[in-house]
Design a protein around this ligand. Structure first.
Ligand SMILES: NC(=O)c1ccc[n+]([C@@H]2O[C@H](COP(=O)([O-])OP(=O)(O)OC[C@H]3O[C@@H](n4cnc5c(N)ncnc54)[C@H](OP(=O)(O)O)[C@@H]3O)[C@@H](O)[C@H]2O)c1
Length: 258
């Protein structure tokens, strides 16, 4: 039996990963800040699938807590076969108008935690000659879209580099780049959800199944949904100046609407 460690497993895409991996018979280590929610997820998955579920309550923006999770990932007595670096959140405020501390916390979770946990995971998996790492980026990583997009762009480039370094070792690295996905991320404090045409929404369960198929097929970049494959493909080949101009236009429409 394999063991998967999923960060951000209390809601949204991370919860969908935990449920799908449990359904496939994997034992789990689930990580997030909210211990009570982690316990609910653990109770649900143990009861449904008779698997082992270990809980690690940790705030990945805090160095000491991140270290604890990295130590668990590196533990050779209890190996992790699949590492899913999914935890994250976004700030939609302007970089210059927002708080630097919020930006730093986002950077720490979206980039530093992914770096540290990938390092721990890749080294121990490489020694065993097998394993897989999934880093959750975003389609925003292909486009200049604020500091969130910049962090996701880092995750994309970092995972491609990691995949390159791991080639031939039996260990794979895949970067998942979803577009708008129905999760808690899009529910505002007033209970309203982000308004978008239906065609732009992805469902977490389907996205996770597609991503695990891409991991099995050895793909380095996994972009779920035909609409987002098109956007990512265009952003990769279009002149950078045009991509910047379109992104600036979309940002000013969003500002006028909010
Ligand atoms: N939804 C989308 O449209 C979308 C699109 C592209 C990419 N993504 C990416 O997908 C990933 C998952 O997002 P989601 O949409 O599923 O959002 P979500 O439903 O809000 O889930 C975020 C998860 O991350 C955990 N988390 C947040 N901050 C954390 C911290 N400091 N330390 C540890 N865990 C933390 C949360 O758990 P606790 O609150 O319990 O800590 C929660 O389990 C993120 O990396 C996000 O950037 C989302």
């Amino acid at each position: 039996m394999s063991t998967a460690l999923v960060t951000g497993a209390t809601s949204g895409i991370g919860l969908a990963f935990a449920r799908e991996l449990a359904e496939r018979g994997n034992d789990l280590v689930i990580v997030a800040r909210r211990r009570a929610k982690l316990e609910n997820v653990s109770d649900e998955l143990r009861a449904r699938h008779s698997i082992n579920v270990e809980i690690l309550a940790a705030d990945l923006s805090k160095r000491a807590q991140l270290r604890r999770v990295a130590d668990r990932v590196a533990d050779r007595e209890r190996p992790i076969d699949l590492l899913v670096n999914n935890a994250g959140f976004g700030t939609s405020r302007s970089f210059l108008k927002g708080e630097l501390a919020d930006e730093e916390a986002m950077f720490d979770v979206l980039c530093r935690a992914v770096l540290v946990l990938s390092h721990a995971g890749a080294l121990s998996m490489k020694d065993r000659g097998r394993g897989a790492i999934v880093n959750v980026s975003s389609v925003a990583g292909f486009i200049p879209m604020g500091t969130y997009g910049a962090a996701k762009g880092w995750t994309l480039a970092f995972t491609e580099t990691l995949a390159h370094e791991l080639a031939g070792s039996g260990v794979s690295a895949t970067v998942l780049c979803p577009g708008f996905t129905r999760t808690e991320m899009h529910v505002h404090p007033d209970g309203e959800s982000t308004k978008l045409p239906k065609v732009m929404w992805l469902e977490p369960d389907r996205l996770v199944r597609d991503c695990l198929d891409d991991v099995k097929a050895g793909k380095v970049i996994s972009v779920p949904g035909a609409q987002y494959k098109l956007i990512a493909g265009v952003a990769e080949v279009a002149p950078r100046g045009l991509v910047r101009a379109l992104s600036r236009g979309a940002a000013s429409i969003r500002r006028r609407q909010s």
